[in-house]
Design a protein around this ligand. Sequence first.
Ligand SMILES: NC(=O)C1=CN([C@@H]2O[C@H](COP(=O)(O)OP(=O)(O)OC[C@H]3O[C@@H](n4cnc5c(N)ncnc54)[C@H](O)[C@@H]3O)[C@@H](O)[C@H]2O)C=CC1
Ligand SMILES: O=C([O-])CC(=O)C(=O)O
Length: 328
Amino acid sequence: MSKKPVRVAVTGAAGQIGYALLFRIASGEMLGKDQPVILQLLEIPDEKAQKALKGVIMELEDCAFPLLAGVIPTGDPLVAFKDADYALLVGARPRGPGMERADLLAANAQIFTAQGKALDQVASRNVKVLVVGNPANTNAYIAMKSAPSLPRKNFTAMLRLDHNRAASQIAAKTGKAVGDIEKLTVWGNHSPTMYADYRFATIDGKSVKDMINDQVWNADTFLPTVGKRGAAIIEARGLSSAASAANAAIDHMRDWALGSNGKWVTMGIPSDGQYGIPKDVIFGFPVTTENGEYKLVEGLEIDEFSQERINKTLKELQDEQAGVAHLL
Ligand SMILES: NC(=O)C1=CN([C@@H]2O[C@H](COP(=O)(O)OP(=O)(O)OC[C@H]3O[C@@H](n4cnc5c(N)ncnc54)[C@H](O)[C@@H]3O)[C@@H](O)[C@H]2O)C=CC1
Ligand SMILES: O=C([O-])CC(=O)C(=O)O
């Protein structure tokens, strides 16, 4: 018997990430090839954006996806999030050349307060929320704080693009297959301060750190390359990453919903105080996922270099939080 459709809300649905994301959700790449979906698509209530959304929906129709059980376009978060089982909060103002994430904080805080409140009012109590729109960690924090009746654990931010970028750099450096890399993680904020950490990573059971054995490469090449990759893509494309961001969103939600089979993945999740990260800070952590739940990998040793990096990315997140405190 076929499964009951689930409701997937996507905000910013007519944007460039939306365009790279919706077709993959509708084809079953996110929730499985046997899981029908109803897409609930939010765009700003502006004629141009709603018209563009209409065009995207015409294309969705033209794909004749067997798993697409319905599409609801709207300009109202209360409609978009009604009974939503999954919510991908993509809509936000993207960063342009020369802008840093902090510049976007105030504009986006308003969006995520309103959307958090709407989720609180109408979404499924089990809704799985992924915030992609930047600054993603702090936007997820704002949405979580604006939705007090939903469990905190339902709110996550996207660090998966950083994780995938780090994996790809390691594969290139070691000459090994990217799919064979295990136990990689990225700590902290989705920003250039994030700390991509391969100290525990293995390929075919062998230590990646020993294979690379080059702390200068780690500090001076690897970390800046991964940390500034978003800016490098903006520089090259004149637009921020879209296909790779959509791909990371699919990876994040798929693993959360369907399990990571024991593999570590990176998710931005609300801290419960682990690794000295204060409660509620949405921080990139290594997790494993099973039965629709994520579980933090605990007890990893943090050396001095790592602690410094973690402190730096935490400080940035705490500064961002302080910058929006008056709005919550
Ligand atoms: N966490 C991550 O790893 C990454 C995050 N991003 C972020 O994702 C966000 C979206 O990027 P793009 O799709 O490239 O931007 P875009 O500008 O192409 O699309 C954003 C869409 O969101 C819509 N939007 C704006 N405010 C909205 C609201 N309140 N409700 C509903 N829709 C709204 C806009 O009308 C627009 O269509 C940006 O904030 C970008 O910085 C991008 C890449 C990676
Ligand atoms: O840098 C940006 O603005 C887009 C982004 O988050 C990324 O590509 O990591």
